[in-house]
Ligand binder design. Sequence first.
Ligand code: NDP
Length: 289
Amino acid sequence: QTAPVTVLGLGLMGSALAAALLKAGHATTVWNRTASKTGPLAAQGATPADTARDAIEAAPLVIVCLTTNDHVRALLEPEATALKGRTVVNLTNGTPAQARELADWAAAHGITYVDGGIMAVPQMIATPGAYILYSGTDEAAFATHRETLSALADTKWVGTDPGLAALYDLSLLTGMYGMAMGVAQALALTESEGIPPRDFAPLLTDWVIAMAHGTIPGMAEGLATGQHLTDVSNLAMNRAAFPNFTSAFTEQGLRTDLFDPFQDLLDRAVEQGHGADGFSRLALLLKKD
Ligand code: NDP
C-alpha cells in the first residue's frame, strides 16, 4: 500500500510531479487555482479537490509547486489549521531567506516544513539524472516521506537549515546561467560571419564540457585551500587578452554588455595585486566590502 499524497499547483511542473506519483501508485489528490488543469490528471487516476483545504485534508504529505513563494504564502497561510500535523514539501523556486521564513511560519503552527529545489525540467521528472534537493529542520520527517518523494526524482538531502536547498539550487542555476550567457555570445559571434549554428554547436558543447571539468574542481580547490596561485592561466594573462573579445564583438556588430563586467572583475583582480592567481580568486572578489 503506497502513501497518499496531495499536490497543490498543477502548472507544467506540478502536473509532472502529480503524474509521477500516480504512476508510482500513490493515491494522489490534486488542486489547482484554475480547476480545468486537474482534468488530464483525473484521467490518470488523480482525485481532484474543489478547494485547497479539501486537498490538504486528504493526505499527510502536501507537495506545493506554484510560481513564487509569495503565492505559496498567500495559499498556505489561511490553511494553517488544516495543515497542522502534516508535512509540507515546497518545491517552488525561491531564495534561502524565503525558505527560512516559511519554515518559521510552519513551525509556529505545528506544520512540518521541507523546502526543495528541483534540478530538472518537467520532462525529466521520474527519469534517470533528475534530482531534487531537500532541506528542513526535521530530517526524520523527511526520512518518513523519502520513499514517496523518490517517485519524483532522486532525493538529495542537503541539511537542517531550511534555506540550504534553495541555496544549492540557485548556485547550480547560477553556473547554468553563466554558461547560457557565454553560449549566447559565442553563437552570436559565429552567426555574425554566417557560420551555421548547427555546425558550431558540437565544437562548443565539447569545449564547454571540457572546460567545466578542467576549471571547476581547480577553482573549488583554490577556495578550499586559500592557494589561488596557478600555473594554468593566470588573471593577468586573461586580463591582457580580454579586450580581444570585446573588440571582436564590437567589430562584428555585437553588443559587449554581457562581457563588460568580466573585464571590470579582471581589472580589479590585477589592480589589487592578484595577477598571478587563477580564477578561484574571482569568487573572493565578488564579496561586497
Ligand atoms: P507554471 O507557470 O506552469 O505554473 C505555475 C503554477 O502556479 C500554476 O499551477 C498556477 O496556477 C500557480 N499559481 C500561480 N499563482 C498562483 C496563485 N496566486 N495562487 C494559486 N496558484 C497560483 O510554472 P511551473 O509549473 O513550470 O513552475 C512552478 C515552480 O517550479 C516555479 O517555482 C518554477 O521556478 C519551479 N521549477 C520549474 C521548472 C520548469 O522547468 N518548469 C524547473 C525547476 C523548477 P494557474 O494554473 O491557476 O495559473
